[in-house]
Design a protein around this ligand. Structure first.
Ligand code: URA
Length: 249
C-alpha cells in the first residue's frame, strides 16, 4: 500500500465509524471518535473509549487524560502525530462507564481494520479494556511496562503489545502517575524488540531453512543471511515512519 492508499483506507474506515449504529452507544454520542494520527507510524496507542471532551470534539485523548498522554509521549521524545491514537470503542459510554462486552464486540472489527491498514510493529494498550482485547486474561498489575506478542486476532501480526495503565488512572490515583512515568521509557525499547522480531520472522519466511541433504558437509550448505547487527545508541530509539522502514510495502 502506498501512503496515499493507506490514508484513504483509514479515512474510509473513519467515515463508516462516524455513521455507525452497530451498538447502543451511538444513541448517546455527540460525535464518534475514529482515531487520528500518523498513518505511516510503527506505533498505535489504543485506549478504552471516548470521554466527555472526546465525544464533543470527535478526537481521542483531548481531555485531562490526553494531556498526560501527550506528556508521557514527550518523555520519550515522541509527539502525538508520530503515532496513531484510537480506542477499543469509538463512541462514548454514557457517564464514562466501562464498555460492555457486546459493545466491544461490535466495535472491534473497526479496530482490526485500522490495525490491518497501519500494520504497526507495536501496539500500546492503555488500560484494562484495551489490554483485554489484545491479551485476554492478562492482569494489568502484572504486565504493565512489558511487551509480548498479542494473543487475539488483533495481533499485531509479528509485532508486540506493550501494556500500560490508563493515563486517566493517574488522575484518580496519584501513585499510578509515577508508575506510568516509570513505564514510559520501556516503550521505545519495546519498539526495538518488535522491529527485531518482525525482521527475524520476515527473514525466516523469505529464507526457509532448506531440508538438510543427506551426509553433506556443513561447509557446503548455503549460508543463512546474517541479520543486521544491532546498532546500540539513541538513534535506534527514534520512531521511524514507514518511509524509513527497511520493509516498504
Ligand atoms: N479515555 C480513553 O480511553 N480514550 C479517550 O480517547 C479518552 C479518554
Amino acid at each position: 500500500m502506498t501512503p496515499d492508499e493507506r490514508r484513504k483506507a483509514l479515512d474510509a474506515i473513519a467515515d463508516e465509524i462516524r455513521d455507525c449504529t452497530r451498538c447502543r452507544l451511538h444513541e448517546g454520542r455527540t460525535r464518534s471518535v475514529p482515531g487520528e494520527g500518523n498513518a505511516e507510524t510503527e506505533v498505535v496507542l489504543v485506549g478504552e473509549g471516548p470521554g466527555f471532551n472526546e465525544d464533543r470534539q470527535g478526537q481521542p485523548f483531548v481531555g485531562a487524560a490526553g494531556s498526560f498522554l501527550t506528556e508521557l509521549l514527550g518523555t520519550v521524545g515522541w509527539r502525538r502525530d508520530d503515532v496513531f491514537i484510537t480506542n477499543v470503542v469509538k463512541c462514548r459510554p454514557p457517564g464514562n462507564r466501562d464498555p460492555e462486552p457486546d459493545e466491544i464486540g461490535a466495535c472491534t472489527p473497526y479496530l482490526r481494520r485500522q490495525l490491518d491498514v497501519i500494520d504497526p510493529a507495536l501496539v500500546v494498550t492503555l488500560g484494562r479494556h484495551s489490554l483485554g482485547s489484545f491479551l485476554p486474561g492478562a492482569r494489568i498489575g502484572q504486565v504493565h511496562g512489558t511487551a509480548r506478542p498479542g494473543t487475539t486476532e488483533l495481533g499485531p501480526e509479528t509485532g508486540l503489545v506493550f501494556a500500560m495503565y490508563h493515563p486517566a488512572a493517574a488522575l484518580h490515583q496519584g501513585s499510578l502517575r509515577q508508575t506510568l512515568l516509570d513505564d514510559a521509557p520501556a516503550i521505545p525499547v519495546a519498539l526495538l524488540d518488535a522491529r527485531e522480531r518482525r525482521e527475524r520472522i520476515a527473514a525466516a519466511e523469505s529464507h526457509p531453512q532448506p531440508a538438510l541433504p543427506e551426509a553433506q558437509p556443513a561447509a557446503e550448505l548455503d549460508p543463512q543471511p546474517a541479520l543486521p547487527e544491532a546498532q546500540p545508541g539513541t538513534d535506534q530509539l527514534t520512531l521511524f515512519t514507514r518511509d524509513a522502514r527497511t520493509d516498504p510495502r
